[in-house]
Design a binder for this molecule. Structure first.
Ligand SMILES: [Zn+2]
Length: 316
């Protein structure tokens, strides 16, 4: 592969992902009633229950910075227009009584073993730069309790590639309208998504619009009802993008998903570039997430595709 092709390929994959319908896999809607209506994040996270948080690096990838960060923004004018090393993380969250949950799925054992992982041609021909590290099967094998649910930030391919390792019947939670086809729908991705979702039960769309407003966040739902995990509506990158805020034994953690792919994007409050769907909505969601960190400066912020936590937001 030439250098030029090498650079192009991840961009092509991401653009496909950004534009395409995800899946025709069936969905159902679940409304979770939030028992309390806290007005601050300190109050929202004040319950006695803490989750165990285990971040896992499932794969490494390399993609163009202009996809990850909107380089058109004035703040970004000095950034190089090169490729960035990124990771595909899986965040394991263990609840003391409700079991093991994961945020996003990393890569499957089949993909790690070179057996395709359900990624159909021609998408598979664009995956050369992806380097699997630990499969979801391996991650789940060492958990003390069975997988009780998958909490997706969204359904772009780089977040669902571990699905072949998810036991059939496991609840798959997404944001609303996340599977809705777009005008760019085409067949390229459909067979891959059909393979990945094969045998899985319908996705459960969390009705975040029924959530409560907390601080600068418009809609949040108390997933377990004990304040240990909040699901935050974060549309823009995709229609149903979700972020998660957890009270863990390592402190409070915000999982921003691809509302910010990168630490730089978070710290400078610049939304993703070409990989994002609705820029204005993404900017608004990013600002809502920032309000959480402004109230709780000690919170750990994990972006969608970097391994190290983000730093503080730079004052403008
Ligand atoms: Zn992503």
């Amino acid at each position: 592969m030439t250098n030029a092709t090498h650079r192009l390929v991840p961009a092509v994959v991401f653009l496909l992902l950004s534009a395409c319908a995800f899946t025709t896999h069936p969905t159902k809607t679940e409304r979770i009633t939030t028992p309390r209506t806290p007005t601050t994040w300190a109050d929202a996270l004040s319950g006695a229950t803490q989750l165990e948080w285990e971040p896992v690096l499932s794969a490494k990838w390399k993609v163009e910075r202009k996809g990850l960060i909107n380089l058109e923004r004035a703040e970004a004018k000095d950034l190089p227009k090169d490729e960035m090393d990124i990771v595909l993380p899986v965040h394991v969250l263990r609840h003391p009584t409700r079991g093991t949950f994961i945020i996003d799925t990393g890569v499957s054992q089949s993909l790690k073993d070179g057996n395709g992982g359900g990624i159909a041609w021609p998408v598979s021909s664009f995956m050369g730069a992806l380097k699997p590290e630990e499969s979801l099967a391996s991650i789940l094998k060492r958990q003390p309790t069975p997988l009780a649910g998958v909490l997706f930030t969204h359904l772009h391919l780089d977040h669902v590639m571990g699905l072949p390792d998810v036991p059939a019947g496991t609840p798959l939670y997404t944001g609303p309208a996340e599977t809705t086809p777009t005008s760019f729908q085409n067949g390229l991705m459909r067979s891959t998504y059909a393979n990945l979702f094969k045998g899985q039960q319908p996705t459960t769309e969390l009705d975040v619009s029924q959530g409560v407003a907390i601080g600068g966040v418009k809609h949040a739902i108390d997933f377990f009802g004990d304040g240990s995990l909040w699901v935050v509506a974060s549309p823009g990158h995709t229609p149903g993008s979700l972020a998660y805020v957890a009270n863990t034994s390592k402190g409070f953690v915000l999982f921003a998903g691809d509302t910010s792919h990168t630490r730089w994007g978070w710290e400078h409050q610049v939304e993703p570039g070409e990989f994002t769907g609705d820029h204005a909505q993404n900017v608004d969601s990013l600002s809502q997430l920032a309000s959480i960190a402004k109230e709780l400066p000690a919170i750990t912020v994990m972006t969608g595709h970097e391994w190290e936590p983000a730093g503080a937001i730079v004052a403008k």
